[in-house]
Design a protein around this ligand. Structure first.
Ligand SMILES: *[C@@H]1O[C@H](CO)[C@@H](O)[C@H](O)[C@H]1NC(C)=O
Ligand SMILES: *[C@@H]1O[C@H](CO)[C@@H](O)[C@H](O)[C@H]1NC(C)=O
Ligand SMILES: *[C@@H]1O[C@H](CO)[C@@H](O)[C@H](O)[C@H]1NC(C)=O
Ligand SMILES: *[C@@H]1O[C@H](CO)[C@@H](O)[C@H](O)[C@H]1NC(C)=O
Ligand SMILES: *[C@@H]1O[C@H](CO)[C@@H](O)[C@H](O)[C@H]1NC(C)=O
Ligand SMILES: *[C@@H]1O[C@H](CO)[C@@H](O)[C@H](O)[C@H]1NC(C)=O
Ligand SMILES: *[C@@H]1O[C@H](CO)[C@@H](O)[C@H](O)[C@H]1NC(C)=O
Ligand SMILES: *[C@@H]1O[C@H](CO)[C@@H](O)[C@H](O)[C@H]1NC(C)=O
Length: 665
């Protein structure tokens, strides 16, 4: 904080003490303005959080995208941050890399390219950010560490930025280091150098997407590092920052925040975060993890998104309260606007911020959230007591002559469940630059000179429905925009569409596991690969799938049911796993790591030949068929009682799958 800010703060605290009975607040630009606002955004990835969105049928998919990105419609986001896929598990799944192998480059994998283009189509001004969580194994030369060869890591990241422009005409505005992991100052400087050398001087660097320290201290003592970094980005700051960060001349961002279940309580958390990240911590951008809850809800952090779209099979989606809370700020500001210095807490709890475009427009956002912070974010903030209050705002400086403000209003009602969101109220007439609000608890107000606000709507989407009990995919019908088969959610490894033009028969179009080396991981990936699909509540299933082991002698493939865990817990997944191996054996295990053996024996399976596996699970027993003939039967299941269907491999190895069919009737 500058000395001048102290004086002003002191002035308003005193002012407040003298006039507490009146509870009045001054909004003034007389002494200059505060920091430049950089926007509010959502994060797709870290990981696979948008996985199911891409499989929504139209018109629902476009409607969902409108609620997220379309200006003056819904959340009207200013920022889209995406994961730079690294082939590894990054919370709710893996995201595909643009370079699986050393000599490999492909900028059409996964769905983040598509998502960025859809966002840009709706808001050409949207700010784009890329950040790696994990890296393909070759980037670390086999070690779980990307900095031993920083030139390779910088080349890998900069290639992604160049590919975004070359193949998708996307300008990436910011790039990060390594999500929530250690940084290496040598690497950051080299990344800056590599960007500059590649004609990407305009791409700014965020560091370090972790805590405020030690990055801030390192920047203070290392001028070259300080010059290389444009934004200090902290995660889950709890609205607070550190004094060294305030003293630096860098923008401060909450580059990942929220991570709360998106019911109304979550919406309330988000309202408080959006205001108080600036009021308490002078952060000028806040990014929600995650953008949209589009992953199986039983994976970790189910529904921690601004809205929910987790049923592509039904088309059902839910525009949750955080969308409208976001709109309270995003629809009435733009990156490049400036906060007033006169922001703060309300005397009976809650907070207010004010921003201006410098052309006379003013937007004020007020929140009076009550509920317990412990449900909101980590670490929890100190709790405040909030009660009803009358607040008078006095507009001074260039705003003193404003006569009218538009009013947008939300009210959380946790008791009667009759919350109201983003309602347009009658404009307020100002009398000599002053107005008074009768504030209740758990309210959000926007008061603004802008008349552009709009609560977008679409007809009610289809009703929610469980995953279909019968599901088949022969991987022949493909949406060429995507490399993944619908609804398969990779938890270790990457499963891609594959074409084998020389296949003589029915297996030209298959699904192939393509990660052949353990990645530089971010979470604890399994030593096996696995992709899940279906309904976590499934108990009794019959699953048939053609499989093709590609690795002679050591290769192995499985089909599974009742798989109970994914995400960062994928190593601990239990279920019924039916494996066949290139060495002519089979095994049935109760866990993905293959330690709890339920049955085993000879199968005659080998690499380079298609086999058909069938797994039947009913009640406490399971049986398996190979090429239509019983191979093992009546294996006793001790647990789990339910879970997803799955396919996978016994190591990081190539293998193919075809004619997948699951029946859960
Ligand atoms: C994009 O930004 C420009 C310049 O600030 C502005 O004139 C234009 O209205 C913006 N477009 C949208 C869709 O917000
Ligand atoms: C406010 O913003 C609008 C729309 O961007 C612009 O036309 C107007 O000049 C700005 N200033 C005032 C005082 O309304
Ligand atoms: C909140 O109010 C309650 C009851 O009035 C009081 O016991 C508590 O100390 C207050 N907490 C804070 C943080 O002011
Ligand atoms: C706010 O002011 C109104 C009169 O305008 C009064 O009836 C009400 O009690 C006040 N509320 C509070 C919390 O002071
Ligand atoms: C509030 O409404 C939602 C959706 O209609 C419902 O799921 C939830 O159980 C309700 N909560 C209470 C406390 O009634
Ligand atoms: C493609 O099919 C041919 C002919 O069956 C086979 O020899 C080859 O191994 C297949 N390639 C892959 C990668 O599956
Ligand atoms: C699964 O099968 C068992 C044994 O037949 C039966 O008791 C159980 O109800 C079935 N579960 C479901 C969800 O149908
Ligand atoms: C399966 O095994 C159980 C005991 O483990 C036995 O009671 C049951 O009869 C067997 N069922 C079949 C079909 O063999």
């Amino acid at each position: 904080m500058h000395f001048r800010d102290f004086i002003i703060l002191f002035f308003y605290v005193c002012h407040c003490l003298y006039s507490c009975a009146a509870q009045s607040y001054v909004l003034d630009d007389k002494y200059g303005l505060g920091r430049t606002f950089d926007g509010i955004g959502g994060l797709s990835g870290g990981g696979a959080t948008s996985r199911l969105l891409v499989n929504y049928p139209e018109p629902y998919r476009s409607q969902i995208l409108d609620y997220l990105f379309k200006p003056n419609f819904g959340a009207s986001l200013h920022i889209l941050k995406v994961e730079i896929g690294g082939d590894a598990q990054t919370t709710d799944g893996t995201e595909s890399s643009h370079m699986h192998y050393k000599d490999d480059e492909n900028y059409f994998r996964g769905y983040e390219w598509w998502l960025m283009k859809e966002a840009k189509k709706r808001n050409p001004n949207i700010t784009l950010i890329g950040l790696p969580w994990a890296f393909p194994g070759w980037v670390g030369s086999g070690k779980n560490w990307p900095y031993d060869f920083p030139d390779i890591t910088a080349y890998y990241v900069v290639s992604w930025i160049i590919g975004a422009k070359q193949y998708h005409d996307l300008d990436i505005n910011y790039v990060g280091i390594w999500n929530e992991r250690k940084f290496d100052t040598k690497y950051i400087k080299l990344l800056r150098y590599t960007l500059d050398k590649s004609g990407l001087k305009g791409v700014k660097i965020i560091a370090s997407d972790n805590l405020w320290e030690p990055i801030t201290m390192c920047m203070l003592i290392d001028q070259e590092l300080h010059d290389a970094i444009d934004v200090i980005g902290a995660h889950y700051p709890g609205t607070l920052t550190v004094s060294e960060a305030l003293m630096s001349d860098k923008q401060l961002w909450s580059s990942e925040d929220y991570s709360t279940f998106n019911d109304d309580v979550g919406g309330g958390c988000w309202a408080r975060i959006l205001n108080q990240n600036y009021v308490n911590g002078r952060m000028t951008a806040t990014i929600s993890w995650n953008l949209i809850a589009s992953y199986y809800e039983e994976l970790p952090f189910g529904r921690d998104g601004l809205m929910t779209a987790e049923e592509p099979w039904s088309g059902n989606y839910v525009v949750e309260s955080p969308i409208w809370i976001t709109a309270h700020t995003t629809q009435f500001t733009q990156p490049g606007w400036t906060y007033l210095q006169t922001v703060g807490h309300l005397l009976n709890g809650g907070s207010y911020v004010a921003l201006t475009d410098g052309l006379g427009n003013l937007t004020i956002v007020i929140e009076t959230m009550t509920h317990d912070h412990s449900v909101c974010i980590r670490p929890p903030l100190p709790a405040f007591n909030v009660s009803a209050q009358n607040a008078t705002f006095n507009l001074k400086g260039s705003f003193s002559s404003l006569e009218m403000l538009q009013v947008w209003y939300s009210r959380f009602d946790f008791k009667t469940n009759k919350s109201k969101f983003f309602q347009k109220l009658e404009p307020i007439k100002l009398s000599r630059g002053s107005f008074t609000l009768n504030l209740n608890v758990d309210e959000v107000y926007t008061l603004t000179t802008l008349k552009t606000g709009n609560k977008g709507t679409y007809p009610k989407p289809p009703d929610s429905a469980p995953f279909p009990k019968q599901y088949k995919d022969n991987f022949n019908v493909r949406n060429p925009a995507f490399t993944e088969a619908p609804d398969f959610a990779d938890q270790t490894g990457v499963f891609e569409y594959f074409i084998n033009m020389t296949d003589p028969g029915d297996h030209v179009f298959t699904l192939r596991q393509v990660v052949t080396q353990r990645p530089v991981t971010w979470a604890t990936d399994a030593d096996q690969t696995i992709s899940i699909i279906g309904d976590h509540a499934w108990q009794n299933i019959s699953l048939t799938c053609d499989i093709y082991i590609e690795t002679p002698e050591t290769g192995g493939v499985f089909v599974g049911g009742r798989v109970n865990k994914g995400g960062g817990s994928v190593r601990d997944a239990k279920g019924i796993f039916f494996w066949v191996f290139a060495d002519g054996t089979y095994r049935v295990t109760n866990d993905i790591s293959g330690n709890i053996v339920m049955a085993k024996g000879l199968s005659g399976t080998r690499a380079g030949v298609w086999h058909t596996l069938t797994l039947n699970i009913e009640g406490d027993f399971a049986s398996g068929l190979l090429n239509g003939y019983p191979l093992w039967k009546n294996a006793t299941i001790l647990g789990p009682s339910n879970g997803w269907a799955a396919i996978g491999t016994s190591t990081f190895e190539f293998a193919q799958f075809d004619n997948f069919y699951v029946n859960a009737n």
